[in-house]
Write a protein that binds this ligand. Sequence first.
Ligand SMILES: *Cc1c(COP(=O)(O)O)cnc(C)c1O
Length: 406
Amino acid sequence: MADNTNAGFETICIHGGHVAESNRAHLTPIYATSTYTFDSAEQAIAIFKQEEKGYVYGRFGNPTINEAEDRIALLEAYGLTNADGTPLQLKAILHASGMAAITTMVLSNVKAGDKIIANQSLYGGMQELVDKILPGLGIASIIVDFHDINKVEEVIKADSTIKMMYLETPANPTLQCIDLASLAALGKKYGLTVCADNTFATPYLQQPFKYDVDFVMHSTTKFLNGHGTAVGGVVIGRDLEKMNGIVTKTHRLLGGNSNAFEAYLLTNGLRTLSLRMDRHCANAEKVAAFLAQNKNVAHVNYLGLKSHPDYEIAKKQMKHPGAMLSFELKGGFDAGVAFINKLKICISAVSLGTCDTLVSHPASTTHVGVSRENRIKYGITDGLIRMSVGIETVEDILADLEQAID
Ligand SMILES: *Cc1c(COP(=O)(O)O)cnc(C)c1O
């Protein structure tokens, strides 16, 4: 199943992008090969001239990788149409990591002298790229709170060198949500390339291409793979000429390609995306409700609670508020450390989106190098615990949390 048919989301999860294989294997094999053969010199010429379709070299493409790419493109396009009513066609390019996908996307679209306008809440890796690498290439970024649409417009209007709008919703790790519809429309009004990191939501909960977004990126490491078995990333675009042109060129030349084994793990994980997301979300709701009434918990940060400042935005553009949450232990830093040490089922680890519930205490781990003052300014308080709620039996997760919080 290779095109945007009327198939349902779950059917695409299972069959999307699958191409029959010459040995009639049910599943696409792991094509562990660095190069491909030509039947004749004439065929080689035709393939190089792009008159005939065919694989050439592993960095350029691979059938196992291709299946994962086409499946993700179909999922992001699911149910969406162009202005003329025809089904939306997207192209996805799989990368070695989310950061590789983001880098390809950025360097395909901006050059020295151009600026990026980005939301204040970004994944740490993207924040560092913006702060430490892009300025050296002559690409500056302006960080604005994208909740304030008027302010965003004011900034864009005042600087014609701004070429790209970059956003992430919900954002990692703050869970801030921003309004995709108005931001994408604003970006288009001023001719910007609009890019959205959809890692936290997945296409099951949110489809940024419903709006005027040009590119969507994912760290496939998270919910799309879903099992924590491989690092990967993908960039998806709606301008097929650009995707087949400069984006493909940049991807090939930066060399951040994925590999057949990890693409296979991703394709396999995608088969259960909607089943997993339903359970992740249902469990997260129960965990949030449990934490909200626990006497040792000061505050729960979850998009499904009315107390979350972005509750309404999430409700408007997401099918469900997702499986990520954080909460503040009243006991502060020491309570955070004690909590992590007492866990028996939940796993102490960074990353997110795996079947297992993953829990981290940023103040003692990811943010240990940041001064306490700055850390608290970013919302990473002493007793903050971040949770990616898994798909275990929810009563077991709740019991584990209860005994660890006590
Ligand atoms: C993890 C993550 C990334 C980076 O992806 P890697 O696969 O680790 O390179 C980018 N954006 C978001 C929102 C993430 O959670």
